[in-house]
Design a protein around this ligand. Structure first.
Ligand code: PMV
Length: 331
């Protein structure tokens, strides 16, 4: 290759409303069940990929200008290698990535990160791929990344094919479908989480007696969540999202040894959410594999949510987001 090629892409994080927890194929990142998420505008990864000219250049990953640990480079290369092979390239890549939110703290940085990487690598390699193909490729870096290709509300069906060809995300409704929806993230901790999702899922599937029941409950939740979103029914959506989240955490807690992602402060935030709900505020919570609590509410409720969270001194702040848009190449 004579000219180095470079492209920059941006993708937003997504938060699952119906959770993905468990794989039917770990190598291909194929989920045991579907999932459904909301893409958020406030939590974004920007990634530049450059195919190097230098003959002895090595693949490199820099996160916020710091050399990333080998495990992260390995994950990124799962995505890069698929695209590099497809484009018939063998040049080394330099990946520079930046999150505008804390990395690895259960705020879905792997989702936005690997989605932005797939889009930037394809563009730098000169490949023009349909979004669902990029979704399938991003999935192989991190399952939830396949959902960050799209804005608004997104559904990832488990698929049935052994090679994963039918397992990618599809957009349900764009961000404009529910303009008033907001997410307030209560930052319990910005430290990287102690255990990554893949090892947490494998451990849960291998040891939790609740796992089969969790997986079996997902299909009904997907349809109920989709119907609630279609109807802009925040209370119905909240019932599904809270039960999906709590069933996932029950599954994790039943593993041997148990996985405890929630911290005492997380529980205080959850009590605060319950108090707001009991006072008639239409809102709900969800939590991923980390301690931070995401509160979905309507725009008009944000000041009251913020005021309630402000009474919890130990919180490390809040992030507010609205629904975000598709991943894209930056020109
Ligand atoms: O895509 P991963 O491997 O980072 O797993 C994501 C798992 C959860 O965030 C807990 C749930 C989800 O559906 O995003």
């Amino acid at each position: 290759m004579s000219d180095s090629r470079e492209a920059t892409a941006r993708a937003n994080a997504n938060i699952a409303l119906v959770k993905y927890w468990g794989k039917r194929d770990a190598r291909l990142n194929l989920p045991a069940a579907g999932s459904l998420s909301a893409t958020l505008a406030g939590l974004c990864t920007t990634t530049t990929v450059r195919f190097e000219d230098a003959p002895y250049a090595r693949d490199r990953l820099l996160i916020a200008d710091q050399q990333a640990p080998p495990s992260m480079l390995k994950k990124a290369l799962r995505v890069v290698n698929l695209l590099r092979t497809r484009a018939g390239l063998d040049a080394a890549v330099t990946i520079r990535t930046h999150n505008d939110f804390p990395t690895g703290a259960g705020l879905a940085s792997s989702a936005s990160g690997l989605a932005a990487l797939a889009v930037a690598t394809a563009a730098a390699a000169g490949l023009e791929l349909a979004p669902h193909e990029l979704s399938r490729i991003a999935r192989q870096g991190s399952g939830s990344a396949c959902r960050s290709l799209y804005g608004g509300f997104v559904r990832w069906d488990a698929g049935e094919a052994k090679d994963g060809s039918d397992s990618f995300a599809r957009p349900l409704y764009p961000a404009e479908h529910w303009e008033a929806l907001r997410v307030v993230v209560a930052l319990v901790s910005t430290e990287p989480k102690p255990r990554d999702s893949t090892s947490g899922m494998t451990h849960t599937a291998a040891t939790s007696p609740y796992h089969a029941a969790f997986v079996a409950s997902v299909d009904a939740d997907l349809d109920a969540a989709e119907a609630a979103i279609a109807a802009h029914d925040i209370e119905a959506l909240g019932r599904v999202a809270e039960r999906s989240c709590l069933r996932m955490h029950a599954d994790m807690l039943a593993a041997e040894p148990p996985l405890l992602y929630l911290q005492p402060l997380s529980w205080r935030v959850l009590s605060c959410v319950r108090e707001l709900q009991e006072a008639g505020e239409p809102l709900f919570f969800t939590v991923d594999a980390g301690p931070n609590i995401k509160i979905f509410c309507l725009e008009e409720s944000v000041p009251r949510v913020r005021a309630a969270l402000a009474t919890i001194d130990e919180l490390n702040g809040t992030i507010e987001a609205r629904l975000g848009h598709d991943a894209c190449v930056l020109l």
